[in-house]
Unconditional design. Sequence first.
Length: 337
Amino acid sequence: MRPLDVLARQAADLIERSQIEAALRESEGRSRWLASIVEFCDDPVVSKTLDGIIVSCNKSAERIFGYSAQEVIGKAMTILSPPEEEPALLERIRRGERIEHYETVSRRKDGSRVDVSLSISPIKNAEGKVVGVSKIARDITERKRNEAQIAILAREAEHRAKNVLATVQATVNLSQSDTPDGLKRAIQGRLQALANVHALFVQSRWIGAELHDLVMQELSPYRRDDGARARIDGPDLMLEPNTAQTIAVALHELATNAAKYGALSVPEGHVQVEWSRASDGRLVLRWTESGGPPVMKPTRQGFGTHVIERMIRGPLNSEMRFDWRVEGLACEIIVRT
């Protein structure tokens, strides 16, 4: 071989070796770069063999699952994952499938559980053969908690909606009048009483309604000046929604009757509303009118009285008493709360 050919061959070998070394350095650099990304990724990343043996895990996996890398490497993946799920997942990976958004429950070192969404990918060698598995886990505990809360709220909303519709239906069914306009006004008034108490439910996030606020709502038209025409006295007391709705309609009927025929029908008349807790825990609510036209016991039950009795004695299974005093009607409602 001529000297020039030898030199050319050596030069080619040097160039090829240099290119190979550069490619190796680039590959090593890329590998270190990818390894750094995996190591400091916010999501847990775990790799394992096709037999389900853990080969590596990043810092996020250590943080989420509570194990150090040394504690899990060489152990079966079932230390973290449900054993019954692993065979089917590994079979899919052996076929070269990629599994996205697989939701399951993993176990931490302390035995607690964590909801995760997995992205599972096959690891292939240079020839394209599947040689391992990569799992990226996303902690979805907060999302699951929110979904559960939303489901609870949806059930509560459905229950409340049914209760509201049942109450409205009962209110309409109990309404009657001698004229269409009278019937319309009666229904509107009762539905407005329900709307008012539901505004209080919203303020309390559906815990219920404060009795003081409920009474104030119904008597507000008669307390515009110094409040002397409608006096209110009683301790703080939160009523659960069903009780509050019924009391609201009862107070509306009493106020409507007083404005038409009783103490609130004349300027000098006034109403006293007071409540207390009996020794057995029952609520005792007293409505007392005075200063109005003389009262006589009716010869037949008025429809407003009928509505109150049906609502108090029906849904609440409670008691009520009317005292038709000459100086003004007195009504006592006793509720089992």
